[in-house]
Design a protein around this ligand. Structure first.
Ligand code: INI
Length: 157
């Protein structure tokens, strides 16, 4: 085929990454952070180029993400949070507001954002997605932003 195929790689050396991490369910969000940082470092991102900013809960993630994005100094932001469904509609408000807010920031500031927000029915499901039998959602989000940084650069070049 003669088409021009443009795609990202995971080979992103020079990149400044902001990570927004919620303290709510911190025993799980800290595992997501470990997964994300591990992937970034193993793909050549310098530890000193990674800033982790802590916020109270997932509801606050969009505001902190917007603050980082508007600085214009980060190539991407990774959002890490865990919202576990309880018996009340509170879950839907927190998870829905956080998810929509994160994607709003991505489009408003035109910056790749890794969506590492776990929304699960139980703590067990969250643990499974934070470095045990179902992988690590923080690591997945980090891989995604590496590809998106590379893709953005390829499209712009
Ligand atoms: N925040 C979370 O990140 N996860 C949750 O599971 C959660 N629950 O269940 O309530 C949660 N609530 C706090 C919320 O994000 C805000 O910090 C709080 O409402 C203050 O604005």
């Amino acid at each position: 085929m003669q088409i021009n195929k443009i795609e990202g790689t995971f080979d992103v050396k020079e990149a400044r990454i902001g990570i927004v991490i919620s303290r709510w369910n911190s025993f799980i969000t800290e595992r997501l952070l470990e997964g994300a940082v591990d992937i970034l470092k193993r793909h050549g991102v310098d530890e000193t180029a990674i800033d982790a900013v802590y916020c109270p809960g997932s509801f606050e993630i969009p505001l902190v993400t917007a603050k980082l994005a508007e600085k214009g100094t980060y190539d991407a932001v990774i959002c890490l949070g865990v919202v576990i469904r309880g018996a009340t509609p509170h879950f839907d408000y927190v998870a829905g507001t956080a998810s929509r807010g994160i994607s709003d920031v991505m489009l408003k500031y035109n910056i790749p954002i890794g969506f590492g927000l776990l929304t699960t029915d139980s703590i067990e499901q969250a643990v499974e997605r934070a470095g045990t039998k179902a992988g690590n959602k923080g690591a997945e989000a980090a891989l995604t932003v590496l590809e998106m940084i590379s893709l953005n650069r390829a499209i712009s070049s």
